[in-house]
Design a protein around this ligand. Structure first.
Ligand SMILES: Cc1cc2nc3c(=O)[nH]c(=O)nc-3n(C[C@H](O)[C@H](O)[C@H](O)COP(=O)(O)O)c2cc1C
Length: 190
């Protein structure tokens, strides 16, 4: 069966390095027959500045964010796909705020029972992929670690591609091996 892949791209630059990583990854995944959807989290219309910690999602059995905006159906689709890809430029040694706007609202995709000390999530068994580019090779490992811990906590498999030496828009095209590695990763997880 064709794998379903949801790509969240968190760069405000439409033709930036992140967009190349996404394009190449999708090229690989589509070549293997995957169904791929790409959402740029920088251009969704939001009703809140990220997760507002209202905890309303914890009061219902549904894995659903109560904030009714363009991020809500994207979050719902995360529960239905096989692979979730998060693509981000490195911003101050972390993911971009544009990606975090959606990421933090993934709180609604977990149910915690603190008394029983249990957690349940439909993300379990899926694969999380991190694609990231940066100007220099400092901090990409920190970013990767935060995503790897999230994947582990959620019972997800994890894969990543980190590309330094990409500062200006499109510089990534000149980084040796970046395109090949992104296509290969797309093929691998599809
Ligand atoms: C707000 C901001 C913060 C950044 N912080 C870092 C950083 O901490 N380390 C780094 O190497 N590059 C940093 N950069 C550079 C970007 O990570 C790099 O140019 C990336 O490839 C941009 O991807 P894009 O073209 O998809 O936007 C920063 C850029 C911006 C705009």
């Amino acid at each position: 069966m064709a794998k379903k892949i949801l790509v969240l791209s968190g760069s405000p630059r439409k033709n930036g390095n992140t967009s190349y990583l996404v394009k190449w990854f999708c090229e690989g995944a589509c070549a293997k027959g995957a169904q791929v959807e790409v959402v740029n989290t920088a251009f969704l219309r939001y009703k809140a500045t990220g997760c507002i910690s209202c905890r309303q999602c914890q009061k219902t059995a549904k894995y659903e964010c109560v904030i009714d905006d363009e991020a809500k159906p994207v979050l719902a689709r995360m529960a239905l796909v096989d692979v979730i890809v998060m693509a981000t430029p490195l911003y101050f040694y972390a993911a971009s705020a544009q990606l975090k706007l959606v990421m933090d609202r993934m709180f609604s995709l977990y149910k915690w029972d603190n008394k029983a000390d249990t957690m349940a999530t439909p993300l379990e068994g899926k694969t999380l992929v991190l694609l990231a580019s940066a100007f220099e090779d400092i901090g990409l490992d920190t970013l990767e670690k935060s995503f790897a811990i999230t994947a582990d906590y959620s019972g997800m498999k994890f894969a990543s591609l980190l590309v330094p030496d990409a500062g200006e828009s499109g510089d990534i095209v000149k980084v040796k091996g970046a395109r090949k590695k992104a296509i290969a990763l797309g093929r691998k997880v599809a």
